[in-house]
Design a protein around this ligand. Structure first.
Ligand code: 13P
Length: 246
């Protein structure tokens, strides 16, 4: 399957910085043979819509409400994201699970809300360092994915999955290709048990992916792309990762 390289800008950027970064990406992309997206803070989606229309870079958001509309102050619905050309939305990123107490069930409902709006949810799963050291990695990611499978089984083939070990995010500690592949294989097996379309569901790796380690990670059998944080804010670094996937 075509590799996917998605940038997660997190809470970074400004109108000027985004324009400069996107300019460099557009100049440097050439004919990359992979699917590229950038997930921006919600206020910048209108800017991305105007700067990326007709371009090979898809627009992503970082969160979506589980609700369709109504008295939910501060929330942004899937339908609203859709109006700005959003194709992908992260759900259940570990920073939201950690700092906003998002449960597996809420993440599953957010995935459902995205699907209902015609947006592909990028469902993030991953264990903390303590969980890995306690030998709980497999149980944790299986439990996180299971909630999404149970609620969205009928359209599971429409999701993208991302394995992001929490201990590797923003730390410079990347999972080794073997460590990442082992967890991706567990997730693939779980998808296979749930849908005949499992082989078509992309499973991205995220966590300190950079130009130096991307090629080896992307060469693993069940690693179908990358979800890139810090390195997605620097055009040269992001383009180098894209080049590894092309
Ligand atoms: P870093 O690439 O900065 O480790 O972040 C990964 C991530 O959280 C992407 O969603």
């Amino acid at each position: 399957m075509k590799k996917r390289i998605f940038g997660n800008w997190k809470m970074n950027g400004s109108l000027a910085a985004n324009a400069a970064l996107l300019d460099l990406l557009k100049q440097g992309l050439g004919h990359a043979d992979c699917e590229i997206a950038v997930c921006a803070p919600a206020p910048y989606l209108v800017q991305l819509q105007s700067l990326l229309s007709g371009r090979a870079i898809a627009i992503g958001a970082q969160d979506v409400s589980a609700q369709a509309s109504g008295a939910f102050t501060g929330e942004v619905s899937g339908a609203m994201l859709r109006e700005f050309g959003v194709r992908y939305v992260l759900v259940g990123h570990s920073e939201r699970r950690q700092y906003h107490a998002e449960s597996d069930e809420l993440v599953a409902r957010k995935a459902q809300a995205a699907l209902a709006s015609g947006i592909t949810p990028v469902v993030c799963v991953g264990e903390t360092l303590a969980q890995r050291e306690a030998g709980e990695t497999e149980a944790v990611v299986r439990r996180q994915l299971s909630a999404v499978v149970q609620r969205n089984g009928h359209c599971l083939s429409e999701i993208v999955l991302a394995y992001e070990p929490v201990w590797a995010i923003g730390t410079g500690l990347t999972a080794t290709p073997a460590q990442a592949q082992a967890v991706h294989a567990v997730l693939r097996a779980q998808l296979l048990a749930a849908t005949t379309a499992a082989a078509r569901i992309p499973i991205l790796y995220g966590g300190s992916m950079n130009a130096a380690n991307a090629a080896e990670l992307l060469a693993q059998a069940d690693i179908d792309g990358g979800l890139v944080g810090g390195a997605s804010l620097k055009a040269a670094d992001f383009l180098a990762i894209v080049a590894c996937a092309g």
